[in-house]
Design a protein. Structure first.
Lengths: 808, 157, 277
């Protein structure tokens, strides 16, 4: 199977025959989205609760200090104001806002409100009122006096002796708050310093990445109400409904049986919504007032006070022989985790664990780092999750090493890259905030990705040519990447399926579709197993009362982990259907085959033994032995109304010791203007191996979307700060994401590959694409100009300065 | 003050404050297909057509459109009777989270009404207000070109 | 926003000005409406709508082309009259600056009256030699460049007039932005009239900081009677870098904007010599 349209090439030759998987079925929510259906949190709030209360949050005007007095009386007196919340009248539970698994790897350095403010925009108070206007007016009436303290506004200063402390209260789970260290990692294999010293060729460079925001089109929005049974229900634009329930339950001291979290349609997340930012406030306000309460962050708040990408300063050293064989890799990360340590340890861990194993030929490896507190906005999870920053340093340094060795960068990477059947000690040494799990690569299309990508960009013809027209010069660059597919032995997803009498099915998944299309691809997976088209299955997702558990939409886990659960649940009910079919047809079927645990792994090599007795075929069960058929609907009627009555249903969960990496090779062609320093991406090629593409259209969308976000990160998106650490460009007017007219042509090349540990051969695809642009574009600038930039973003002014510096 | 506007062909009398913007007025009148995100004219999500021309409804005073006609994405088509643009967006996988789509589709509709055979560059220009953070735009642009072709085949505008 | 309590639809410019004079600083004119959110002024409580004052047309008039103050960028971009004026530069750029849903809102009058930071229209109109007709109880017509310097707060801008004398000259615009959908970090507009291969007349305008358009007659003078040669533009670039007033903000430093001044002149040279890149 091969699909080739303009800008998109999908190759899936030699894979097992499928009927739904591998086809671009329409997204199951597609028509509701394109007709603007009221499916997002604020739509639901507006329609269901026109008389709800609106919450507004007062942000700190100072970067660091104590609240010495806070007077809310004038605000409370304002007509329409129902509730004003401050540290004086809210629970004092310490928690982390990071929506992660349990035990939580981020420090407990948050409280709903505290006396201390830690960055400009930090929560001071919240008001709930009948109208947004009244709530805003009330905020102005809150009188706060602060005792301002010196702030630390540069990560490089945070650990210096005498630096102001951001968390003097010594939060649980922080590594060394007395030196502003929220998290620390140090993992060594062999003796890297000795290996570097013994290497014939070494290179050491530092790369700095910057503050950037996810910019989901829908800002964080959350609605809470107490339903008729007394249950507190939260409708939230979240990627992690189960973590919302767990964390809110802890903060408020409420039993989970009294809490329900519903995720409706979400207007984008990209990691920003893997965070409990306002759910606690609306929940508490709804309890206190008995009224429905909603908060919708403004775009400005989304920039200042939601979450960002961790800026990092990364020291990268590589040692190799004169032929280019890697001997030693050493990476030190200084990660700026802002005022709170959300995801500080795990993002930093990923900076090493998702990058260094790609070059597994080095025997001596060390990865270490510190995530430090500063009085700046708070980073968190963001697509790529640390790997993006790691690749900025690693792939840039390798490019310079290739130049030093006078080697082609593709050749240097090829001779050092991980191959099928190989592992890396880093997999085992370094997990997400704790020890990892050993991995052996079972599928990789990297050689094809490199070859096809190089061909598509015109590597041979263009590399090193510095084609010039007047003051504009062109160059090509590339980079190579891997990511993971869920967190091994940590991420768990579950799915329930049942059969309806007419042969259609119901699928309930905990998995959280945040726009990615996971509801659709999970439906496709179930349809594949059950031998029906996707429209024979209705799917419900992400409701803590109505669907089974799932960790949520993060860590590139949904296709692999939640997909695994769906495949198991579909197989389990398929086997139950086979069992009734055997009765109908009067044939023998070993109950052990029906009862045996459905499996995900190794489907390609060892199909389920039960399939040599029966198979599903478009609403029928076909007996392999007799060739006779019975309709699934007939089976359902029999089971529900007639003989041996029982429900055909199953709930299955999936957790895997594997996290098979998807692979990618990115290629950029740029044009650099000598006069202005402006870098224009002329052409971009993203070649990816995500296992079997369940839905090629959605794979393409994930890749181009990630690349677009990555090019914005590389060229135009950045936070500007005042001398006091306040963001000075918190709007889409001044924080420049790419518009339709800025987006260069992106050619996506997908080389499918059957991943034996994945559901129907799939791996992940959502994050990996964002890792390419910084190094691929930076390497292309280097090819065009001979100038190396060690800091992102590559803004015209920065590039021009570097060009001028090089001419001196 | 009372204004009278036509929304998606239906006559509509609304009580508004003189300072109210169209976005809030439309959502308040249950036209929830109009989405807002920045309330500053920067993102394009709230785009609607006034007399067939795309405007930022978050910056348009409701009073200013008194007597005019407003078209939202629902006025173009819905899930049961989708417009070829809507169909092309679904078939091209051009809607991920979907939040930008109501604005993007009305911008595209205004373009195709005026220019049934646009080039790719013309599509990009005619929808440049409509930020999308999910798709990287490619499938959306192809969707508009596909819909244009479909409309030409059907011979209606 | 200040609490808007009244929305007044003026029936004529006389009516609009009378009302504005009566209400003083609490009233503001509203055209396309874009400026309202960008310039939220708590003093304002009445809005005076100019949309029914008959200011929405582009017409051929004695002495040139008249563009009504309520004409939008989108309308200008589609105007056949403007497509044939000064090489069509105004029509071209009216369809490219700002973004599609604002191009139907941003008006000529609003651009001049408010001079928003994203304003690329005003410097270009100045380069084209546009004049402003305004009414403050009496009719006035004055060059746009002087109107911007000393604008009359309560006046209604009726129209701008593009003089026929420049019809066969060529308009030029160069703007440097971070993305395509952005305000200019640096803007340069020019009007060049040539006789044979010699420059007969040149207006050169820079906006060296957002919303600050300045005509530099000295730069124009330097080109007049010169052939379009590489040397001519090298010299002009040097003069411009010294002369042009540039600002600093978080978008760019003044030093960088000065580099852009040179890039703009180089681009002008390429455009005039047909070496455009």
């Amino acid at each position: 199977m091969s699909d080739h349209v303009k800008g998109f090439r999908h190759t899936a030759e030699g894979l097992p025959l499928t009927h739904v998987v591998g086809t671009s079925v329409d997204k199951i929510d597609g028509y509701s989205l394109v007709s603007g259906a009221p499916v997002y949190t604020d739509d639901i709030a507006a329609r269901e609760f026109p008389h709800r209360l609106h919450g507004k949050i007062l942000g700190s005007p100072i970067p660091q200090g104590m609240i010495t007095s806070i007077d809310t009386s004038s605000a409370e007196e304002l007509p329409g104001v129902h509730l004003v919340l401050t540290f004086k009248n809210t629970p004092r539970t310490f928690y982390t806002t990071a929506g992660q698994g349990w035990p939580e790897p981020s420090p407990y350095d948050n409280q709903m409100f505290t006396e201390r403010v830690r960055f400009v925009g930090d929560r001071v108070a919240a008001v709930f009122a009948d109208t947004v206007e009244a709530a805003e007016e009330a905020l102005h009436r809150i009188k706060v006096t602060y005792q301002e303290e010196p702030a630390v506004l540069d990560a490089s200063d945070a650990m210096k002796p005498g630096a102001p402390l951001v968390h003097p209260e010594n939060p649980k789970g922080a590594y060394d708050p007395a030196h502003n260290v929220a998290a620390h990692v140090d993992v060594a294999v062999g003796d890297v310093d000795a290996a570097l010293a013994a290497s014939e060729v070494t290179i050491a460079e530092t790369f700095e990445t910057h503050y950037a925001q996810h910019v989901p089109m829908e800002t964080h929005t959350s609605l809470a109400y107490v339903d008729d049974t007394g249950k507190l229900t939260i409708v939230s634009s979240t990627q992690v409904p189960w973590h919302v329930r767990r964390i809110v339950s802890r903060i408020l001291g409420m039993p989970m049986s009294k809490l329900r979290v519903i995720k409706p349609r979400i207007g984008g997340g990209f990691g920003a919504k893997q965070e409990i930012l306002i759910d606690d406030l609306v929940a508490y306000a709804a309890l206190r007032t008995g009224l429905p309460c909603e908060i919708e962050l403004t775009r400005k708040e989304e920039f200042i006070a939601s979450r960002t990408r961790h800026p990092m300063k990364i020291d990268m050293s590589i040692g190799c022989d004169t032929a280019g064989h890697f001997k030693a890799l050493k990476m030190y990360v200084l990660s700026n985790t802002g005022a709170y340590g959300s995801h500080s340890l795990t993002v930093m861990s990923n900076t090493g664990s998702k990058t260094l194993p790609l070059y597994n030929k080095a025997n001596d490896v060390r990865f270490y780092g510190d995530a430090v507190y500063t009085n700046l906005p708070v980073p968190g999870a963001y697509r790529g999750y640390g790997a993006t920053q790691g690749y900025a340093a690693l792939e840039t340094t390798i490019d310079d090493l290739a130049a030093k060795l006078h080697m082609d960068p593709i050749e240097l990477r090829t001779m050092n890259m991980i191959q099928v059947g190989e592992g890396s000690p880093i997999f085992e040494a370094l997990g997400e905030g704790r020890q990892g799990v050993a991995q052996t690569i079972k599928s990789s299309s990297l050689p094809e990705l490199l070859a096809l990508g190089a061909q598509a960009i015109g590597w041979q013809e263009k590399r090193g040519k510095r084609a010039r027209v007047g003051h504009k010069v062109r160059g090509v660059g590339m980079s190579m990447h891997m990511q993971g597919s869920g967190i091994p032995l940590i991420d768990m997803g579950a799915a329930s399926m049942k059969l309806n009498e007419d042969g259609t099915y119901f699928l309930a998944v905990g998995a959280t579709d945040i726009g990615t299309g996971s509801d659709t691809i999970l439906t496709q997976m179930a349809a594949e197993i059950l031998g029906v088209s996707a429209d024979m299955i209705s799917t419900l997702s992400s409701d803590t009362d109505l669907t089974p558990f799932d960790v949520g939409a993060y860590a590139s886990s949904t296709t692999f982990v939640s997909g695994g659960a769906v495949v198991k649940a579909a197989k389990a009910i398929r086997n139950q259907i086979f069992s009734v079919a055997a009765e109908v047809l009067g044939e023998e079927l070993d109950p052990m085959l029906v009862m045996s645990d459905p499996k995900v792994e190794g489907d390609n090599d060892q199909p389920d033994p039960i399939l040599s007795f029966y198979r599903m075929d478009d609403g029928y069960v076909v007996s392999v032995r007799s060739g006779r058929r019975v309709s699934v609907s007939e089976i359902a009627y029999r089971a529900y109304y007639e003989v041996g009555q029982h429900q055909i249903a199953s709930t299955q969960s999936f957790v895997s010791p594997y996290s098979p990496p998807p692979f990618a090779a990115h290629f950029a062609e740029v044009e650099v203007d000598d006069l202005t320093g402006k870098v224009t991406v002329v052409n971009y090629v993203a070649a990816v191996d995500c296992g079997v593409s369940i839905n090629p259209n959605l794979v393409r969308g994930q890749v181009v979307g990630a690349v677009a976000n990555g090019i914005g990160f590389a060229l135009t998106e950045e936070y500007h700060f005042s001398a006091r650490g306040a963001m000075t460009n918190p709007s889409l007017f001044d924080y420049k994401i790419l518009s339709r007219r800025d987006m260069p042509p992106v050619q996506v090349i997908v080389v499918d590959n059957y991943e034996p540990t994945g559901p129907l051969g799939a791996k992940s695809v959502a994050e990996i694409g964002i890792n390419g642009p910084i190094p691929a574009i930076g390497n292309a600038i280097f090819d065009a100009t001979g100038v190396r930039l060690h800091r992102s973003p590559y803004t015209p002014e920065r590039v021009l300065n570097a060009l001028r510096e090089a001419q001196k | 003050m009372r204004i009278s506007i036509t929304v998606n062909g239906a006559q509509c009398a609304l009580d508004v404050d003189p300072g109210d913007v169209l976005l809030d007025v439309l959502r308040g009148a249950d036209y929830l297909e109009v989405k807002g995100t920045c309330h500053a004219g920067d993102c394009g999500a709230c785009t609607v057509l006034v007399d067939g021309h795309p405007v930022a409804s978050c910056l348009t005073l409701a009073a200013r459109v008194d007597g005019h006609s407003v078209t939202t994405v629902r006025g173009i088509g819905d899930g049961t009777h989708p417009h070829p643009l809507q169909k092309a967006f679904v078939e091209n996988g051009a809607a991920q989270c979907g939040y930008c789509i109501p604005g993007a589709i009305v911008s595209a509709k205004a373009l195709l009404d005026e220019n049934p055979e646009p080039t790719e560059d013309e599509v990009r220009l005619a929808m440049d207000a409509n930020y999308c953070r999910c798709t990287g735009y490619e499938q959306q642009i192809e969707a508009v070109l596909d819909a244009a072709e479909q409309l030409r085949k059907e011979g209606h505008r | 926003m200040g609490r808007i309590v009244e929305y007044y639809r003026a029936g004529s410019i006389e009516d609009a000005v009378r009302t504005a004079q009566r209400l003083g600083p609490s009233a503001a004119y509203v055209g396309g409406g874009v400026e309202l959110v960008l310039r939220r002024n708590p003093e304002i409580s009445t809005l005076i709508d100019l949309s029914q004052c008959g200011l929405g047309e582009i017409l051929e008039v004695q002495g040139g082309i008249l563009i009504g103050s309520q004409v939008t960028l989108a309308a200008m971009s589609k105007s056949a009259l403007l497509k044939h004026y000064a090489g069509g530069s105004l029509a071209l750029w009216s369809g490219r600056i700002a973004q599609n849903n604002l191009r139907n809102m941003i008006t000529v009058g609003g651009s001049i009256g408010r001079n928003q930071p994203w304003n690329d229209l005003v410097p270009h109109l100045i380069a084209l030699g546009a004049e402003v007709r305004y009414f403050d109880g009496a009719e006035h017509q004055t060059p746009l460049v002087s109107y911007i310097g000393a604008k009359c707060a309560r006046a209604v801008i009726e129209s701008v007039v593009l003089p026929s004398v420049n019809r066969n000259a060529r308009g030029f615009m160069w703007r440097f932005t971070r993305t395509q959908q952005d305000i200019s970090v640096l803007h340069c507009s020019a009007l060049i009239d040539t006789a044979g291969n010699r420059v007969a007349k040149a207006n050169i305008v820079f906006a060296g900081r957002p919303g600050h358009a300045v005509l530099y007659p000295q730069l124009g003078q330097e080109l007049v009677d010169r052939c379009s040669s590489h040397d001519a533009f090298e010299g002009l670039a040097k003069t411009a870098q010294q002369l042009v007033d540039v600002g600093a903000d978080h978008r760019a430093t003044a030093e960088y904007r000065r580099e852009l001044v040179r890039a703009a002149i180089v681009s002008l040279g390429e455009w005039m010599t047909g070496d455009e890149q």
